[in-house]
Design a protein around this ligand. Structure first.
Ligand code: E4P
Length: 220
């Protein structure tokens, strides 16, 4: 399973990339607005930190405008993935970009039917938003199970399932259990994955016992 981080904060991305666990980055217009800097510079900086896919989203809503913005964004760096909304215009743009060899992340997916369309449009990734479904009382993770199963039925579908709108570590574990290809997680959730109180308690006890020996370990 690949880990993407869902943020446009360059300092956070640099910090998390240093863990060696980061396979890519997703941004969206809300996250970009929070970063408060020119978007093209922002994407350039992120792409210089991470070698994997970096999703940059268009804000045009008609196919032609989406294509113009997508072509400018993909020129920023080789690892830019174009993020397009799951609308008829977005999927039309997706087909054109995919035929040109550009990786597309189709975002704002909330149903299995939409995910089928994204795959048929040649998306490299589809982003089902599990947290936002949970927020309205639906089961976001059951959508992931459905999409993974449907895509497995059709080997010609090469679209990867990118679990988005992740709120907590259980979402990550459930996504992995279901065989999702990628999770994109807020920095806070990525850090939470490391934590367990028994790890902390165990380490404290091991180090206290070691201290009693008065020894030091050799270092190469
Ligand atoms: C995905 O690419 C989106 O940027 C993101 O996961 C949305 O998450 P939210 O529902 O927490 O805003």
């Amino acid at each position: 399973m690949k880990f993407f981080v869902d943020t446009a904060e360059v300092a956070e991305i640099r910090d998390l990339a240093a863990t060696g666990l980061l396979d890519g980055v997703t941004t969206n217009p809300t996250l970009a607005a929070k970063a408060g800097r020119p978007f093209v510079d922002l994407v350039k900086d992120i792409c210089a930190i991470v070698t994997g896919p970096v999703s940059a989203e268009v804000v045009a809503t008609e196919t032609d405008g989406m294509l113009r913005q997508a072509r400018a964004l993909r020129a920023i760096a080789d690892n830019v993935t174009i993020k397009l909304p799951l609308t008829p215009d977005g999927l039309r743009a997706c087909r054109t970009l995919a035929d040109e060899g550009t990786a597309v992340n189709v975002t704002l997916c909330f149903s299995a039917a939409q995910a089928i369309l994204a795959a048929k449009a040649g998306a490299a990734f589809v982003s089902p938003f599990v947290g936002r479904l949970d927020d309205i009382g639906q089961d976001g993770m059951s959508l992931i199970g459905d999409i993974v199963q449907i895509y497995a039925n059709y080997p010609a579908f090469t679209t990867e399932v990118l679990v988005a709108s992740v709120r907590h570590p259980i979402h990550v574990v459930d996504a992995a259990r279901l065989g999702a290809d990628v999770v994109t997680v807020p920095p806070k959730v990525l850090r939470q994955l490391f934590n367990h109180p028994l790890t902390d308690a165990g380490l404290t006890a091991f180090l206290a016992d070691w201290d009693k020996t008065g020894q030091t370990l050799p270092e190469a």
